[in-house]
Design a protein around this ligand. Structure first.
Ligand code: MN
Length: 432
């Protein structure tokens, strides 16, 4: 076991085995690349200033000073792995290179609660898949035909659609309830107004770490080389808008009003210990999608809902964050995906579609087999037929104004714990 010389609590998401990458700022400074250990954000530009990356054969050290990670990631996995290994070494007990340098420590280590996190990458393109069988099944049962819940293509194609990159925001950014067209089943014409069915989708995203040329395809055996790391992804969805608009071309305004990501990109290297085989795929996928072995990951996923209309209605806005107003409403796991990330990427590029460093692909809602593992309010409240009781006495079919949705993700095995931090968003009332 590796021990760190800075204090890291056993339940921290940010053990020395993690070393995720993010972008932070503090004290009005420009956003910069960083990692995190325990309660400390570690400024990588300071480590670069003090020469700790000088011998890693990085041609362009200015990547440590940019406001997005795209260029750092574009160095390629051999170098970003070396950077990660170097950071682990610098913080390992017994190594005094950094510990003994009080100036470097003073400037590099920032209390996490004094840091503002920013979008880690400039996202050029965003794609959302639909890769959890239980989720696709649940939606099929609710909206189509319980006997034929999965559409005929589902077990052959990692189904996806192109989403919108401009409205992907960092955890902590509030989102206004969207307005749009909705049509009730018993009405002939649609009406316009605030969505009454704002929902979350519990997803994981993968960040592209290597670009391809238009016309090229990523082979399934190489696909994980093109994935830099994973994030938590909340694909906010307006179900009533979605229901009316989605035929025949799929989601549009019901999805692009906001998607929220966790701030730290957890690398595939960090997640190595948590690889597991996926479900046996029957019928067998076409050869370009076949990758036997451990290409799934066992990552616990949680959704907590914090009531915005707590009966404990004090003047202090922090009272909303009292734990008695928060409820764990879903406990899922990334192992419940049917298609793995490599399969999604191989499929995405099989036609020659090019991918770019910083692109995000999300998995689709990850629902497990039990009701408590469903990854959206649509499923948890079963289309609104089973309201969810909240600790403050209120109930939820969907998300109310001022509610906050917090997603968490962590993997734990043999004393090693690696987490993602929070992916949090508060839903504000519609704008006038
Ligand atoms: Mn989605």
């Amino acid at each position: 076991m590796v021990e760190a010389w800075i204090e890291i609590k056993p339940d921290s998401d940010f053990s020395i085995y993690n070393i995720p990458f993010g972008i932070y700022s503090s004290d009005g400074n420009e956003p910069r690349p960083a990692t995190r250990l325990g309660d400390k954000v570690v400024d990588l530009s300071v480590l670069a200033d003090f020469g700790y990356f000088d011998d890693l054969d990085i041609d362009d050290l200015t990547v440590f000073y940019r406001p997005y990670l795209n260029d750092l990631i574009d160095l390629g996995k051999p170098l970003t792995s070396k950077i990660r290994d170097r950071i682990i070494a610098l913080f390992t007990s017994g190594n005094d290179d950094l510990k003994g340098n009080t100036d470097a420590c003073e400037f590099a280590l920032i209390e996490a609660d004094r840091a503002t996190m920013h979008m880690p990458v400039k996202v050029g393109n965003y794609t959302d898949f639909y890769a959890s069988e239980q989720h696709a099944f649940n939606v099929g049962v609710m909206f189509r035909d319980p006997k034929n819940a999965l559409l005929p293509n589902w077990k052959h194609i990692p189904v996806g659609y192109h989403g919108r990159a401009s409205s992907i925001v960092i955890s902590g950014t509030p989102i206004h309830r969207p307005k749009g067209q909705t049509k009730a089943d018993d009405q002939e014409f649609p009406v316009f107004g605030p969505s009454k069915q704002v929902d979350f989708e519990l997803e994981m995203g993968f960040v592209i770490g290597k670009s391809t040329a238009l016309g090229d395809s990523v082979k399934i055996s190489d696909a994980e080389d093109y994935i830099f790391g994973l994030i938590l992804f909340n694909d906010l969805s307006a179900r009533d808008i979605q229901k009316w608009e989605y035929v025949p071309l799929g989601p549009f305004l019901s999805k692009n009003f906001g998607s929220v990501i966790s701030p730290w990109i957890v690398t595939l290297e960090a997640l190595e210990p948590f690889r597991i085989p996926g479900p046996v795929q029957i019928p067998e996928a076409l050869p370009y999608l076949q990758n036997n072995g451990n290409h799934h990951f066992e990552i616990n996923l949680e959704v907590h809902l914090i009531s915005g209309n707590s009966k404990i209605n004090t003047q202090n806005s922090n009272s909303r964050l009292k734990t008695q107003d928060s409820r764990l409403i879903s406990s899922s796991n990334s192992k419940y995906l049917y298609w793995n990330f490599a399969q999604m990427l191989a499929h995405h590029t099989v036609n020659g579609c090019n991918i770019e460093v910083g692109d995000i692909c999300a998995s689709g809602t990850i629902s497990g087999p039990d009701e408590g593992a469903f990854g959206s309010m649509l499923e948890l409240s079963w289309k609104g037929t089973k309201p969810i009781p909240m600790p403050d006495g209120s109930t939820r079919k969907f998300i109310d104004d001022n509610d906050t949705i917090v997603m968490k993700g962590y993997a734990e095995k043999d004393g090693i714990r690696i987490g993602f931090g929070n992916c949090s968003v508060r839903i504000l009332p519609s704008k006038e």
